[in-house]
Ligand binder design. Structure first.
Ligand SMILES: *[C@@H]1O[C@H](CO)[C@@H](O)[C@H](O)[C@H]1NC(C)=O
Ligand SMILES: *[C@@H]1O[C@H](CO)[C@@H](O)[C@H](O)[C@H]1NC(C)=O
Ligand SMILES: *[C@@H]1O[C@H](CO)[C@@H](O)[C@H](O)[C@H]1NC(C)=O
Ligand SMILES: *[C@@H]1O[C@H](CO)[C@@H](O)[C@H](O)[C@H]1NC(C)=O
Ligand SMILES: *[C@@H]1O[C@H](CO)[C@@H](O)[C@H](O)[C@H]1NC(C)=O
Ligand SMILES: *[C@@H]1O[C@H](CO)[C@@H](O)[C@H](O)[C@H]1NC(C)=O
Ligand SMILES: *[C@@H]1O[C@H](CO)[C@@H](O)[C@H](O)[C@H]1NC(C)=O
Ligand SMILES: *[C@@H]1O[C@H](CO)[C@@H](O)[C@H](O)[C@H]1NC(C)=O
Length: 499
């Protein structure tokens, strides 16, 4: 994509993502890459994109060190392989906390521990040890006086809720009644939260056309496709909201309340195999941009309007080492060089950044690479631009691309020299824009703060985890759904419920 668009996208992405008081959007950092960037480079990418919340799938020492003093909030994970030992022996749990949490706080802001990943649905035989593991970790936190700042929970897939539609009638699979009830009691007693992995992508494809794609992608639904819960009459604008509400309903069905839900994984794959036609860059772009917009409006789902839906996007990078269908390796939103896999928030960015009277000189989209390199050399040399900020380790170094570095250098030259006849040309590789390309702590001179300053309060995107078999397994019982839909439609034809 073009550089200016890309920058606008980041600005918007970050701005929308990172909302000071309200909900945050974090990011998961899977590590199944054949060439995983160094921890320092990953953190540079996070910072360049103003990501404030990350989830790691383990407690990698390099990452935890690199994340220190960044202000980024970190969720670490006990891997599924570790859960058994942690649940069996309090001393193992205490050692885990000492090694992976106590050793890093407060300089690394670890605020949560995810215990295992979708244990009930992927490793059901380990279910009896899950609560003991959580409890042992909590006791170790208490002993270290960390229990107020570090919360313990465990991510569940939607597979624990057999029939999520309509949300009001959803319940947990009764097989897990007592396990889940006890976990909920633990979450409530320790003021923790429910971790939900919710994937409208899977719900959509497994529904075989029952639900419109627009519904999965947060797009407007036509009047005849409105989705209304027949019991509550709540309108659902998105499947995402419906999945969160199905979980709130399931919790309520066990007579529990007061436990907020945090979406620990959601996203959309940008590429799929021949049999995965919905895994496209366009859909992924739509989903993630709309997700960010949705979460950032700070409202909860219809049944819990006052509880914002803090969310971690799955995931930072494509994980080429994962097995399974093609889509499995294409959930990432950035390439490892820091460029976005697809445009982010284009339509909105126009209205956000474009109304500044200030102009910026940046590298032209599609400009020849050698022209960009020549331009950088000239601007930073003879042109006497101040190119310190694009040196390694400096605020504008990441993303480490010619486009980015040229834009910075061109603009610095242009702002210094325009008064004395300097132009924005660079052999045709430069162009003027009114959108301030600044991002994070990388500030482009000449920019008024106007259009973007307000966009970068404390954000929150989330982190790194060696992707375990963190399956995004969503179990949708198609036959049942159809039956429910058939029944409900006949009851309330006017509302055109599709449930
Ligand atoms: C860590 O994050 C929490 C939650 O946002 C915040 O209250 C706290 O000030 C942060 N701590 C540090 C040391 O940044
Ligand atoms: C509930 O979970 C059990 C154990 O995994 C499974 O056998 C059963 O089919 C599930 N029930 C429903 C309704 O999905
Ligand atoms: C499980 O909980 C549901 C409510 O969510 C309740 O209707 C059901 O009777 C319970 N089943 C068992 C076996 O306890
Ligand atoms: C929840 O509370 C209601 C009313 O007190 C009771 O009828 C129901 O059995 C309870 N359900 C469970 C799963 O405990
Ligand atoms: C926030 O999003 C919800 C769900 O899509 C929507 O119902 C509500 O109108 C939005 N609120 C604002 C202020 O945009
Ligand atoms: C820019 O601002 C002016 C004056 O505030 C307004 O009239 C105009 O519509 C804005 N343009 C865009 C693209 O928002
Ligand atoms: C970044 O990496 C992607 C994927 O390898 C590649 O397509 C793109 O051209 C790279 N961008 C730059 C500016 O190097
Ligand atoms: C940028 O914002 C800061 C703080 O709001 C203000 O002090 C400064 O003058 C602004 N700079 C420009 C160029 O508007």
């Amino acid at each position: 994509m073009t550089f200016d668009i890309w920058l606008q996208a980041i600005l918007l992405f970050c701005g929308v993502l990172f909302n000071a008081e309200g909900a945050f959007v974090g990011i998961n950092i899977g590590t199944g890459l054949s060439s995983l960037p160094s921890a320092a480079d990953i953190v540079a990418i996070l910072r360049a994109h103003q990501i404030t919340h990350v989830r790691l799938y383990d407690a990698d020492a390099h990452m935890l060190n690199a994340l220190s003093n960044t202000g980024i909030e970190v969720m670490v994970s006990v891997t599924n392989q570790e859960v058994l030992a942690v649940g069996e022996r309090p001393s193992t749990a205490a050692a885990w906390i000492n090694k992976n949490v106590a050793a890093y706080v407060p300089s690394t802001n670890i605020t949560a521990i995810a215990v295992g990943s979708e244990i009930l649905t992927t490793l059901p035989h380990a279910a009896p040890i899950l609560l003991p593991a959580m409890s042992n970790l909590y006791k170790a936190l208490v002993a270290s006086n960390l229990n107020f700042q570090v919360k313990v929970s465990t991510p569940h897939s939607m597979g624990v809720i057999p029939r999520p539609f309509p949300p009001s009638t959803a319940t947990f699979n009764t097989t897990w009644n007592s396990t889940i009830f006890q976990i909920l009691q633990f979450l409530k007693n320790t003021k923790s939260f429910y971790m939900l992995n919710a994937y409208p992508y899977y719900e959509y494809i497994r529904s075989n056309g029952i639900f419109p794609l627009e519904y999965a992608l947060f797009q407007p639904l036509s009047a005849v496709k409105q989705i209304v819960d027949p019991n509550t009459l709540f309108h659902y604008n998105s499947m995402f909201d419906a999945l969160v509400d199905a979980t709130y309903s399931s919790i309520a069905a066990l007579n529990m309340s007061g436990i907020p839900i945090v979406v620990t994984e959601t996203g959309w794959p940008s590429l799929g195999g021949a049999n995965e036609p919905d895994a496209t860059a366009e859909n992924a772009e739509t989903y993630n941009n709309n997700l960010i917009r949705r979460v950032s409006n700070d409202s909860g789902p219809p049944s819990q309007l006052n509880i914002p839906i803090n969310t971690y996007i799955y995931e930072l990078f494509n994980e080429d080492k994962r097995s399974g269908p093609v889509s499995e390796r294409n959930w990432g939103i950035f390439f490892t060089n820091g460029t976005a896999v697809y445009d982010l928030s284009l339509s909105v960015s126009d209205s956000l950044g474009a109304n500044s009277s200030t102009s910026f000189c940046i590298a032209r989209q599609g400009a020849d690479e050698s022209a960009l390199q020549d331009g950088i050399n000239w601007a930073c040399g003879q042109g006497r631009a101040d190119c310190a900020a694009i040196q390694q380790g400096q605020p504008c170094y990441m993303p480490n691309t010619l486009q980015n570095h040229a834009s910075y250098a061109y603009n610095d030259y242009y702002q210094r020299m325009r008064g004395s006849g300097g132009t924005c040309d660079f052999g045709g590789s430069a162009t003027l824009t009114t959108a301030d390309p600044s991002y994070g702590s990388c500030r482009f001179t000449g920019g008024s703060n106007s259009s973007t300053a307000g966009l970068f309060p404390p954000p929150a995107l989330g982190p790194v985890g060696p992707s375990s078999e963190s399956s995004r397994n969503v179990v949708l019982h198609f036959g049942t759904v159809v039956a429910v839909i058939a029944t409900l439609c006949s009851v309330d034809v006017n509302l055109r419920n599709i449930w």
